[in-house]
Design a protein around this ligand. Structure first.
Ligand code: IMP
Length: 417
């Protein structure tokens, strides 16, 4: 009964959408368990590229999706995703946990307000209301889908919100509640028991893909706090955020890009600027799928990845975008942080002081359509020797297996090692 967790090993945008759509071939359910509409999981279907914010990208393979109680539910974005996905692939099954906390216009307004008040120390959030929804949830002031659909507490809660936030933001609590009530009716048909839906499939021997959002370094406890998201982004969150036990998980596939990117503020030890960064950004279309912001670019960071592999109990790595890193004469890998003893520094200040030690390696030529075709046919051995050396160096440094390698944007542009 394979329960497979797909988790980002860097700062998000590792290519989880495409990777989990690939890994979900033959699976019967794709589950989102964390984050919210801050995610943008992109899959390329033929000539069409689809960025999903609430539904797992693996739904293109499974045709069935579940949204666990650990997800911050933006109903409007979810309805948009369902519409766009059904236009692209036909009818899908969607099961949404009634326990998921709702993002309302109030939380969206508070996200913008908090960023404004932070001024120069702003996080650079996606403005999708994630932090304020978490603030309400963990402060026991959150509004869940079931609270709206079953009535009862919602009005009393809106009154508390009014007393707390009236005068702080212009959005009125009762208006916020009204808008989600209308949308909640539209998703009523999707409400179902997510843990049972997962467990019944696993017990029947089917495969379930748990598709993590964001990346390990954005985890609220283990990431570069406070420049993180307000969710757990490591593999253990798959169990809590969907409502199954740890034994429902059989394997963890960690997704790592062949270089590193980060969007938003915060420390980034291997960040580079200048022509190489610009070229990678251009080649890879490295702009946020949710916000359109240019992503910051850096070399691959082994100490960071080693830390991420440990936190996630990674079984196998899926290395994405080897094709994007192609055409560089030389590529670099950070193999250690000078003088740093702990697995990964705890504070922003310590991370700013980090001095990465780089290993320079030979680059590899363009991986175009003809090379992709050949690689798909002949496999890993047909990869340019410099690219193979790069892959094997990463494995050696991490002591982990790279099983899948992304060589292009489409779901099938993958070679197995
Ligand atoms: P928030 O999750 O919108 O609160 O944003 C907090 C930080 O996480 C910001 O630096 C965002 O850019 C980053 N972030 C949130 N979601 C994603 C994602 O899906 N990919 C990459 N970065 C993200």
């Amino acid at each position: 009964m394979p329960g497979i967790v797909v988790v980002g090993l860097q700062w998000g945008d590792e290519g989880k959408g495409k990777a989990s759509a690939y890994l979900a071939k033959g699976a019967s359910l794709a589950v989102r368990f964390n984050g919210g509409a801050n995610a943008g999981h992109t899959v390329t279907l033929g000539s069409m590229s689809l960025s999903l914010h609430m539904l797992p990208a693996a739904t293109v393979s499974t045709r069935a999706a579940a949204i666990g109680p650990g997800v911050y539910l933006d109903l409007e974005e979810m309805l948009k995703d369902v519409r766009r996905l059904e236009e692209a692939v036909g009818k899908i099954e969607v099961i949404v946990s009634p326990r998921a906390h709702l993002v309302t216009p109030l939380q969206l307004a508070l996200d913008a307000k908090i960023e404004e008040v932070r001024g120069g120390a702003s996080i650079g959030t996606t403005r999708r209301g994630i932090g304020p929804t978490a603030l309400h949830k963990y402060g026991r002031l959150g509004l869940r889908l079931c609270d709206v659909l079953e009535g009862g507490e919602a009005e009393a809660l809106a009154e508390i919100w009014r007393r707390l936030w009236g005068g702080v933001v212009s959005v009125k609590s009762e208006e916020a509640l009204k808008s989600v009530k209308r949308l909640a009716e539209e998703v009523r048909w999707m409400v179902g028991d997510v843990p049972s839906a997962i467990m019944s499939r696993l017990s029947a021997g089917e495969t379930v893909i748990f598709e993590g959002a964001q990346g390990t370094m954005l985890d609220i406890d283990h990431g570069t706090y406070p420049y993180v998201t307000s969710s757990h982004t490591t593999s253990a969150a798959a169990a809590i955020g969907s409502g199954v036990g740890l034994k429902a998980i059989d394997s963890v596939v960690g997704i790592a890009k062949a270089y590193t990117t980060r969007v938003g503020a915060g420390p980034f030890p291997t960040e580079i600027a200048g022509p190489i960064a610009d070229a990678i950004r251009r080649r890879g279309g490295e702009y946020g799928a949710t916000t359109g912001r240019p992503r910051r670019i850096g070399w691959l960071d082994i100490p960071q990845l080693r830390y991420a592999c440990m936190l996630n109990s990674v079984d196998q790595i899926f290395l994405t975008r080897l094709d994007t890193l192609a055409t560089q004469e030389r590529v670099e890998i950070c193999v250690k942080y000078e003088g740093v003893k702990e697995p990964f520094p705890d504070t922003v200040e310590a991370l700013k002081r980090v001095k990465p030690v780089y290993l320079e390696m030979e680059g590899w030529p363009e991986i175009g359509e003809a090379e992709r075709e050949k690689l798909r046919r002949e496999g890993y051995g047909a990869l340019h020797r410099a690219a193979r050396r790069y892959v094997e160096k990463i494995e050696e440094e991490l002591g982990s297996v790279i099983k899948y390698i992304g060589i292009g944007p489409r779901i099938e542009d993958v070679i197995m090692k």
